[in-house]
Design a protein. Sequence first.
Length: 234
Amino acid sequence: MTSHTVTSFDEELKAIAGRVSEMGGLAEAMLSEAITALVRLDKEVARRVVAQDKRVDQLQFEVEEQAILIIARRQPVAQDLRDVISAMRISNDLERVGDLAKNIAKRVIAIDGSFDSKKFALGVEHMSELAQEQLKDVLDAYGARDAQAAEAVRDRDDAVDALYTSIFRELLTYMMEDPRQISICAHLLFCAKNIERIGDHATNIAENVMYMSTGVQPLEERQKQDEMGVETGV
């Protein structure tokens, strides 16, 4: 390759990484605002989150389109190819994070009434804080190509899962004690599940950062337990 061609290729790789980083920032903001809307039952904030999802979708389309063009025109190998493939995979996970934040916001809009359990509100806030920390840290790891930092994020997913299981059981108990709360509790269960899934997508991103940085995919399968304590592979 000539010097000009190499420079142009590097700029294309930086551009695609920049779009992924922009997606990450938007996904983080959507999650934060969705949780604010849920805790305050603020339908206006929730509608703003729903509207932001279109930009995340557009960025994912741009990342995939640019990645396909790079592969077709540049035929990258080794590290360059891993960068492009990882950008595509990570953008897909970030698009799903945006969808899950949007789904939380839609639940807020649909909720009719209020929920007076401060313990649950604190639990959801804490769970979302853990998921947001995972997302922020893994995006920092992506920008720094830091496999160790990404692995640390991957190892923290159990905390989000455990908190979700606790909230799930608490809400089931609440519904059995007061059937009038079944409708709102069902919405809250879906919101909690969406937060748990966001943690899973942050973990997926971590694994792709590890692959991008080292060329090695984590071999050991992550083990998770569902709401009833049954162990499942992910």
